[in-house]
Structure formats: structure tokens, C-alpha cells
Design a protein around this ligand. Structure first.
Ligand code: PLP
Length: 436
């Protein structure tokens, strides 16, 4: 991989690993989008990362614009994070008792977000699952509202018209899932649909759950006032609002979308950045709700590894680096990349829309506005496929699906931006060749 455009496409070792994996792991991967099904080709097996770059099993290096799907906001193997994890590991990997590290992380999270109380879990899926249980318990209601294209992890009742891998694989739902009959799925950014849902189900809806800003159908920001209006409608009926900040939390600002936009909710879920690349997530809210959780209250939720010392150390060390200066850099880098992508695609005559939510963005291969999933699905998937592979061959790792956010890290340096700038016109021309 270099800026002269030399191919970066040796794949023998990744191919062999993928074949071995495919014999014993469904689809060869432990999370579906990693399999490259929507872009085709061999998934690259990564062996190391440093800063904004990662290296695969064939020795190809890539500038990383996925950042492990969000967590690596300071880049790979940041010395401060690695040092914290190493020191924690040397003292023991898990105790199954409370530890000082989880107190420190919880204090940092509550200080940043203003929520009264927080509970640590291992994944975003667990966070939304638990927040949903709490919302149902607190209201004594069972129905829930979610938005098409919003992904909240693979929680059964939330796996209806979800985004992310489900969208990429075009599974409207999944076999084996139960409980979606209590789920009302509405178009994103449609306040009237929210009003109608409450009018048709008075006193029955426990909560509305929404991504604080959608990032799993590609990035689609809430229209100005959308989150506030849906909260007002929900509250008027006695329902709660869960803002899912798993992707946006500590990424678009020091606390997340809530801090960035002023949108508030009854319960919040967090993940990704707060674990610094190790498994940690959380849900939180005001005392009156969170004190219903066991052992303080009757709502059960638990975890053998919850608040794991390594994960807490990685999360806290990462958040220590999440300063105003870092966010200023992320915002500027994001704007630079958006400009480079726009220029290259416009020059090649490829229909596109750059869609942003704070420093998160994605490029939709369509010339329609994208306020919701239906519009996102007007994309030209073949154009993205060609674009993706041309970038990959030139050493830029983009999300292997057109329905995902591009993530910047504070580690992106001028060399990396130069490499991306050089690669983009080639990729744009590759997309133009196949564009509808
Ligand atoms: N919520 C949102 C908004 C997400 O983006 C994700 C994952 O991408 C999740 C929840 C699920 O988190 P996890 O993959 O850690 O279970």
C-alpha cells in the first residue's frame, strides 16, 4: 500500500484463515458484516494495529476508517490505553467482586453524561436489552416503539427492521426471534408516525427507543427537534424514552449526542468508546428509574464479567484522552474527509450524498436526500462495492457495507489523509464505471 496506488491485495493468508474459520465458525466470522458478503471478496484477517493503521495476515497495511466499528477513537494500541490494560492485567483479570476500576469508570461516565446512576455490562446489546426490561418494568407496559434502520444490538424484540448487519444481509428479521409482536416499527424522522402509534395504542407503550443519531443505516441525523418531539409525545402518554448512545456516546462530543444536541431521555445506553476496544457497555438514567435494578430493586440483571477490570481500565484510559482538543481534531478530520470524498465522487460523476451526525458520517451512493431507511435503500450497492474494493486495494479500510458509518480516530495523521486523498479519485472512477 502506498500513495502511488500500488495494489494492496495479497490475500493468500487471509484466504487460508477464512477457509479454516468457515469449516468451524458459521460463515467464518463471529459477527456477520465481517464476512464481506455485501461487498464480496476475502475478508482481511488483521494481525496488528498501531495508531490509524492496521496490518493484515498478508502484510498489507490499511488506514483504518472503521476503528473496530467505533470504539478506537484514539486509534489502535494507544500507549496510554495499552499501559493501563497491562497494569490492570498484571493485577488479575477478573474477580467477580466489586473493584475500584469500575467505580472510577462509572464516576467518569456519570460526570460526563449527567445521568444519576449507571450499570456496567459487556456489550451494547446487553445495555439496550436491560434498558428495555427496566422501561417495561417501570411502566408496567409491554409495547415498544423503534425506528426502521435503527440497530440496537441483537435483542429479540429490537431485531425488527434493524440496521447494521441485518440490513446488509437484507434480513428483515431473523428466525428464532420472539417478542417482536410487541414491537411497533416506525419510519425514522417521522413525528406524525410517532403520534399515530401513541394514538392507536394509548397507555400501552412502555418506551420509544431510538439511536441518538442513527448510524446503522448509514449515518442519518435526527431532523432538528425530532428527538425532542418524540420525547414529548411519549411523556404525554406516560411512556419512557431510551436514547441509544452506544455509537454516538463519547464520540460526537465529550458525552455524546445528548451533549452535542441537548436532546435528553429517561434512559441512555452506552458502549463502544467507553470500553476502549475491550468489552464494556452501560445503561443509565435518573435515580428513580435505576434504583429499580437489583439488588436495590426487583428488576434483575447481572453478569459474570460485568465491570471487568481490563475493560474498565481500557475505557477509563480512553476517556482520559477524550478531551476538547481530541473532539476538535475529530471534527476537523471528519470535515476534511467529507470534502475529499465529495470532490472525488463529484469529479467522477458518481451520484452521492455525504450524510453527517457530528463527526460521524457516511457516503450514500444516491442523489436522493436520506432522512430514513427507505431513502437509504435507494443506494447503488454495486457502486459502493467497486468503491470499497478500490479503496481497500490502495490501503484504505472502509466499512464493508454501504450501510455503515465511517469512523475517524484522533490518530489519523497527514500521511494517512494524503493516502486517502490519493486513493479516492481511483475509487470514485471505479464506482463511476459500474454506477447506474
Ligand atoms: N446500539 C447501537 C446504536 C449500536 O451501533 C450497536 C452496535 O453496533 C449496538 C447497540 C450493539 O452493541 P454491541 O455490538 O456491543 O452489542
Amino acid at each position: 500500500a502506498d500513495s502511488s496506488g500500488a495494489p494492496n491485495s495479497r490475500t493468500e493468508n487471509s484466504r487460508e484463515l477464512f477457509e479454516r474459520a468457515s469449516r468451524i465458525v458459521p460463515g467464518g466470522v463471529n459477527s456477520p458484516v465481517r464476512a464481506f458478503r455485501s461487498v464480496g471478496g476475502t475478508p482481511r484477517f488483521m494481525v496488528s494495529g498501531a495508531g490509524c493503521r492496521m496490518t493484515d495476515a498478508d502484510g498489507n497495511t490499511y488506514v483504518d476508517l472503521v476503528c473496530s466499528w467505533g470504539p478506537l477513537i484514539v486509534g489502535h494500541a494507544h500507549p496510554h490505553v495499552i499501559d493501563a490494560v497491562g497494569r490492570a492485567a498484571a493485577k488479575g483479570t477478573s474477580f467477580g467482586t466489586p473493584t475500584p476500576g469500575e467505580v472510577a469508570l462509572a464516576e467518569e461516565l456519570t460526570a460526563r453524561t449527567g445521568v444519576d446512576k449507571i450499570r456496567l455490562v459487556n456489550s451494547g446489546t446487553e445495555a439496550t436489552m436491560s434498558a428495555l426490561r427496566l422501561a417495561r418494568a417501570a411502566t408496567g407496559r409491554t409495547k415498544i416503539v423503534k425506528f426502521a434502520g435503527c440497530y440496537h444490538g441483537h435483542v429479540d424484540p429490537l431485531l425488527a427492521s434493524a440496521g447494521s448487519g441485518v440490513l446488509t444481509l437484507a434480513l428483515p428479521d431473523s428466525p428464532g426471534v420472539v417478542g417482536t409482536d410487541e414491537t411497533i416499527v416506525l419510519p425514522y424522522n417521522d413525528v406524525d408516525a410517532v403520534k399515530r402509534a401513541f394514538a392507536e395504542n394509548p397507555g400501552q407503550i412502555a418506551c420509544v427507543i431510538t439511536e441518538a443519531a442513527a448510524g446503522n443505516m448509514g449515518v442519518v441525523a435526527p431532523r432538528d427537534g425530532f428527538n425532542r418531539e418524540l420525547a414529548a409525545i411519549a411523556h404525554a402518554d406516560g411512556a419512557l424514552v431510551i436514547l441509544d448512545e452506544v455509537m454516538t456516546g463519547f464520540r460526537v462530543s465529550k458525552n455524546g449526542w445528548s451533549g452535542y444536541s441537548g436532546d435528553t431521555a429517561d434512559l441512555y445506553t452506552y458502549g463502544k468508546v467507553m470500553g476502549g476496544g475491550l468489552p464494556a457497555a452501560a445503561f443509565g438514567g435518573r435515580d428513580e428509574l435505576m434504583s429499580r435494578m437489583a439488588p436495590e430493586g426487583p428488576v434483575y440483571q447481572a453478569g459474570t464479567l460485568s465491570g471487568n477490570p481490563l475493560a474498565c481500565a481500557a475505557g477509563l484510559a480512553t476517556l482520559e484522552l477524550c478531551t476538547d482538543e481530541l473532539y476538535a481534531k475529530l471534527d476537523a478530520t471528519s470535515v476534511t474527509l467529507q470534502g475529499l470524498a465529495t470532490k472525488a465522487l463529484a469529479e467522477a460523476g458518481v451520484p452521492h450524498r455525504v450524510s453527517t451526525a457530528g463527526n460521524m458520517f457516511s457516503v450514500f451512493f444516491t442523489d436522493a436526500d436520506v432522512p430514513n431507511l427507505e431513502a437509504a435503500q435507494t443506494q447503488d450497492a454495486a457502486a459502493y462495492r467497486a468503491f470499497f474494493h478500490a479503496m481497500l486495494d490502495r490501503g484504505v479500510y472502509l466499512p464493508p457495507s454501504a450501510y455503515e458509518a465511517w469512523f475517524v480516530s484522533g490518530a489519523l495523521d497527514d500521511d494517512a489523509l494524503g493516502l486517502i486523498a490519493d486513493a479516492l479519485p481511483h475509487a470514485a472512477r471505479a464506482a463511476a464505471k459500474v454506477a447506474k
